[in-house]
Design a protein around this ligand. Structure first.
Ligand SMILES: [Zn+2]
Length: 150
């Protein structure tokens, strides 16, 4: 998976690529069983609205930051390498950090450019930050890399 991510971003500076981390384990084969998720809920008592990085449990955004874009919260896309991502749209994601310059290559949302969004703590690739020519912006975050409260 890490190799695939690096292939996706092979046009970026090599010095940037070393910051990418893929989550441990195969996608969908979660190491976060119910026991782990229960413990997380205890850890963030009073923050049941928080959406966390699955890897390190940093608070990335909040449930009420979720938004619909083109009529839907969830969008499923494949990148040029055939890797499928299911992303959710969020107005903001204060726990993310961005790297790379804005690109409009292969943008999944017409009229929007993107930057890479990483977890600000463990630097796992969590999705993309989208900006339109009219400066509207939002985050598209990869849902299986987050812990989302029910
Ligand atoms: Zn993290």
């Amino acid at each position: 998976m890490l190799e695939q991510l690096n292939n996706i971003y092979k046009k970026m500076e090599p010095s940037c690529q070393i910051f990418f981390r893929a989550p441990k384990g195969a996608p969908g084969k979660s190491d976060a069983g119910p026991a782990v998720e229960d413990r997380t809920k205890d850890d963030i008592t009073g923050s049941e609205n928080a959406i966390l990085c699955r890897q390190c449990r940093r608070i990335i955004t909040r449930h009420d930051e979720g938004m619909e874009f083109h009529g839907a919260f969830r969008h499923t896309f494949a990148n040029p390498h055939g890797i499928v991502f299911e992303i959710g749209c969020f107005r903001s994601a204060a726990g993310c950090t961005h790297i790379g310059s804005l690109s409009d290559e292969f943008s999944w949302f017409r009229g929007f450019s993107w930057r890479i969004a990483l977890c600000g703590s463990c630097l796992t690739h969590l999705g993309w930050f989208y900006v339109s020519t009219t400066r509207m912006s939002f985050y598209g975050l990869i849902l299986d890399r987050l812990v989302i409260p029910p």
